[in-house]
Structures are given as C-alpha cells and as structure tokens.
Design a protein around this ligand. Sequence first.
Ligand code: TGC
Ligand code: FAD
Length: 386
Amino acid sequence: MALEATDFYRLQSSLNSDERQIQELVGRWVDERVLPIIADCFEAGRFPRDLVPEMAEMGLFGPTIQGYGCAGLNNVAYGLIMQELERGDSGVRSFASVQSGLCMYPILSYGSEEQRNRYLPKMAKGELIGCFGLTEPDGGSDPGNMKTRAVQDGDKWILDGAKMWITNGDIADVAVVWATTSEGIMGFLVDRGTNGFTTREIKHKFSLRASITSELFFERCIIPDSQRLPTARGLGAPLSCLTQARYGICWGAIGAAIACYREAFQFTSLRQLFGAPLTHKQAVQIRLADMVRQITLAQLMVLQLGRLKDAGEMHHAQVSLAKWNNCRMALDIARDARDLLGAGGIVAECCPIRHALNLESVITYEGTETIHQLIVGRELTGVSAF
Ligand code: TGC
Ligand code: FAD
C-alpha cells in the first residue's frame, strides 16, 4: 500500500472516531469555506468575520470545555481542529486560539461561576468575541515587568496602561486584561464600552493580514471588583493561558506546512523542465522528502503531547519544545515551497508565500523562538538565562 505523504506514519489509524470525525468536518469546511476566499482576505487585509457563526456552529470555540454549551472534546481533537484551521490560514486559527485558549480558558479556570455563566455560553456561540491583553508596547517577552496597573478603590479598580499587538482587539466584546496591583498580577474582564477603554487597529502588516491586530488603551478605566478574575494571582495565571494557546499552535503549524507541501508537490509534478517533471530531479525529491520528514516528526510530537495533556501529565516546557520545533519546521517548509514554485510562488493564489508571511508572526507570538529555546534550556540546566 502506498504511503500517504502527509500521514507517512499512519497516525490517522491511532485516532479515535470522535477525533477523526471532527478533523474531517473541519477539514471539509476549510476546503469549502476558507480556501476559496482567503487569498482575497489576505490581500485586502480583511478578517472573514462572517465565518465566525459557522465556526461556532461546529463547536470550535472552547471545544475542550465540559458544559456551558461547549463540545467537551479531548485535546487531540482540539489539536486537529487547530491543524485544519491553520491549513486554511494562521489568521483563522488565531481567532479560534484567542477565543478558546486565551479567553474562555481563563474565565473557566480563574473566573467566578457568575462570570462563567455570563460569558462562556455566548462565547461558545460566537455571540461574544474575546481578546487577551498581555503584551505591552515596551516589550512582550518579559510580561512580568508589565506597566499596566490596577489600583483598588473600594469595590472598584482603576486601570491605567496600554496593550499592544492584541489579536481581535478591535472586534472584541470583552478583553481579558492583565495588570500589576499591589498584590501582584491580576486579570480583569473589561467589556467594550467601559469608560476609558479604547482600541486602535494596527495597519500595514505584511503578516496575518486576514486577522485583526490592535492596541488597547486604558485611561482611568473603572472596573468593578466583580469583573476581576477572583482566583488569578501572579504571572503564573496568564502564563497558564499561554500554555493552552501554544499547544494549539504546535498543531496549527503542521496544517500550514501540509498546505505548502501539497502545493509544492503538485506544482513540481506538473512542471516540465530539462525534459522531465521536476519531481524526477534528485534535488527536488530530496527537498520534498525533507518536508515530509519534518512534518512527520512534528506530527509524532503533537500526538504524544496531546495524549500527555489528556492524561493531565503535560509539562509546559514540553509545549515550548514543540512550539519552537513546529513553528520553525512550518516556516522552513513554507519558504522552501515558495522557492519550488519559482516566480509563480510570489503571487497570492499560491499559498506558501501567504503561509510564510503568516508564520513570521506565529514564530514570534506566544513566545518567540528564542524564549522557547530558553524555557527548554532552563528546564535542562535549572538556570534561568532570560
Ligand atoms: P517564571 O518564573 O518562569 O514564571 C512565573 C510563574 O509562572 C509559572 N509558569 C507557568 N505556568 C503555566 N504555564 C507556563 N507556560 C508557565 N511558565 C511559567 C512558573 O512556574 C511560576 O510559578 P510560581 O508559582 O513559581 O510563581 O517567570 P519569568 O518572569 O521568569 O518569565 C518566564 C518567561 C520568559 C518564560 C515568560 O515570561 C514568557 O513565557 N514570556 C513570553 C511571553 C509570551 O509568550 N507572550 C505571549 C502573549 S499572548 C500572544 O502572543 C497571543 S498570540 C494569539 C494568537 O493570535 O494566536
Ligand atoms: P521583544 O520581547 O521586544 O523581543 C525582541 C527580540 O528580542 C526577539 O527576537 C526576542 O526573541 C529577543 N529576546 C527577548 N528576550 C530575550 C532574551 N532574554 N535573550 C535573548 N533574546 C531575547 N500579545 C498578546 O498579549 N495578545 C495577543 O493577542 C497577541 N497577538 C499577537 C498577534 C500578532 C500578529 C503578533 C505579531 C503579536 C501578538 N502578540 C500578542 C504579541 C506577542 O506575544 C509578542 O510580539 C511576543 O511575545 C514578543 O514580544 P515583542 O514583540 O515585544 O518582542
């Protein structure tokens, strides 16, 4: 039996029927609804917002949450959703990552029951959109030194500061905002329309053009104590949210790589040069084989990571290793696929250039490559070298 390039080790056979079904459902939806429009969205710098209700209908928001109108899937199924979405575009996956891993997760983990009931069912339906404000203009890699500050005044908090590079910022109904207080870092749910809270979209991006990225500003913004996440204390709380979103990115990057591999394979099979298709040339075969080697290694990594997560045994440094590996792998493949397409590879109809540009963000956000290397280094040596 011939081996399938993008499932070289037959990992599909180790998926359970729920996992296979959701991958098939989302994969078909991406083929039918995302791929036909995404190049135009990227070129126009437009987030395809009309897809949000359809994503909600498929249960793609907070899919691992039990109750609150969520699907209650396992983490491998969640990863497969992210992989299929990012096969379409990193911007579409980003939207789902932020909604699920960075907004619904902290409300579930650190919110009161009243906050969970108020936000989660509507977020699952896509009726409320969230954003996550951690990064600041003075530097994202070291969030422990954030400047945004909340000062308590009776049963209210006064929030001052700014956040930068925030996905979904301009369309969010609620922002999960992290601020320093006299008692350490805390998280707040800031609803759109709160006095003193404004947003501004960041334009002129060459990456993640089908996603909205914004600045958030807080000027003497008054937040009732009931909008504070009651059990979130210290930097560990926002970092635990990052672990969720980073886990999704580890899978998502594989989707982008698969899309690029497929396009490179198709083109080189058809392109006749020097009397034969390009796939008959040794150098091209080596490059295609190397793409499949890298994709297969990444797939093995995330499947094991997902099984560990489902067993409650995943360590955040394991996520860092996979985030570093899989983003680097996808970016290398996207660039190589772009080259294999020749001049045609620079236009929007070909996906590798779009994925390569997107992956420049994906390798930077949720912790840069260097940060993840240093997280693994710290785990190995016990010494923090940040
Ligand atoms: P450090 O001492 O390491 O940690 C403080 C406390 O947190 C615990 N911890 C974690 N817990 C859960 N998950 C993790 N990943 C954790 N990492 C650390 C840690 O055990 C400690 O707990 P405790 O109880 O001892 O206090 O803190 P540090 O200041 O040394 O910082 C370490 C560093 C550099 C790794 C951290 O600051 C970091 O990860 N920096 C990168 C920041 C980042 O990734 N920002 C992402 C912003 S969100 C985003 O990009 C969204 S993109 C969305 C999209 O569109 O998809
Ligand atoms: P810096 O932290 O200033 O880093 C600059 C360079 O220094 C990098 O190369 C870095 O690797 C290197 N560096 C940093 N520390 C060290 C060190 N100790 N040793 C050696 N080198 C080091 N943030 C959010 O909070 N929410 C969001 O929704 C969000 N969405 C984003 C969407 C997009 C499209 C992008 C591009 C970013 C988004 N971010 C978001 C921000 C992202 O998390 C940060 O860009 C990232 O954490 C890096 O921070 P920085 O850009 O300030 O770079």
